[in-house]
Design a protein around this ligand. Sequence first.
Ligand code: ADP
Ligand code: MG
Length: 320
Amino acid sequence: MNEFDLIQQYFSNIGPNVVAQSSLQLGVGDDCAIVKPSDGFFQAMSVDTLVADVHFPAKADPTLIAERALRVNLSDLAACGASPRWFTLALTLPEVEPNWLKAFSQGLQAAAAQFDIALVGGDTTRGPLSITVAVHGEVAPGQALLRSGGRPNQLVYVSGSLGDAAAALQFMNKKLSATQQDAGYFMQRYYRPEPRLQVGGVARMVSAAVDVSDGLIADLGHICKRSDIGATIDLERLPLSPALQRSCSEVQALELAATGGDDYELCLLVPETGRSQFEELAAQFGLPVTLIGNTNRHSGVQCLYKGSPHEFTTTGFTHF
Ligand code: ADP
Ligand code: MG
């Protein structure tokens, strides 16, 4: 199979009715993709690369690798309050393996259909397995959620639960034991993170946002830095899944939740005056949120455990 047959067979029809989309003037197969953004909207763009054995085990199920590759990118759109529209895929493969490609494209199709985003182009090369997805979304002018919008004396929220994906990695590395059911849950959380796109519905109540990819302390730290504020979080308030609570000690669970990456939940700042309206809207849009702390005039993120300062030896993942 040559490169062009491969692209035609596996990547020419991924996403919601790609061919019929009136916003898509030109998709896979030409030199460029040409799309028509909605009138009056700004375009949001983000790109993320997933490298085998850095971001996922090379031997992992290709369906799950594809799901993860698209979902982590969609999480960046969510963190900006943007809606998904189009994506491109740069795929580097060690070899052409039809079963692998079929499973990979099925995973891609499942996530693309679920989140309503169309594959419009890409690049295919030979080399060590790596997957680069670039997502394009839309956001109304003035509605984008930024890391820099935070102010002192605001409330810090997180969506969903934290620490589950880090538990999955520990489980894969045999550093954590769990029942089959709990381990299955952790693996789902790692491979199929939930991009919290519902945040668009509550965006007007949110002053700053970031997605938790490297770890809560690290990512909230990015908001603090960009907003020139500090934050205090109460560790005992961190939302932990029942599976995480069952599978490790409280200390271990809180450490995973505070410093473990890969959950792709959102960390959101909300002015105190907006508290009840924010919580009502979040419930209405199906965004589970937990209040975990406050911002202040200092700098950096401080953790309290039952009122006393607590320090972790690591704050989050970095590549270098
Ligand atoms: P070029 O020579 O201009 O770089 P390519 O030969 O790389 O073009 O790609 C041919 C067409 O196939 C282009 O429309 C490109 O966007 C698309 N394409 C290549 N690889 C992929 C992929 N992995 N997924 C989706 N579309 C792809
Ligand atoms: Mg090319």
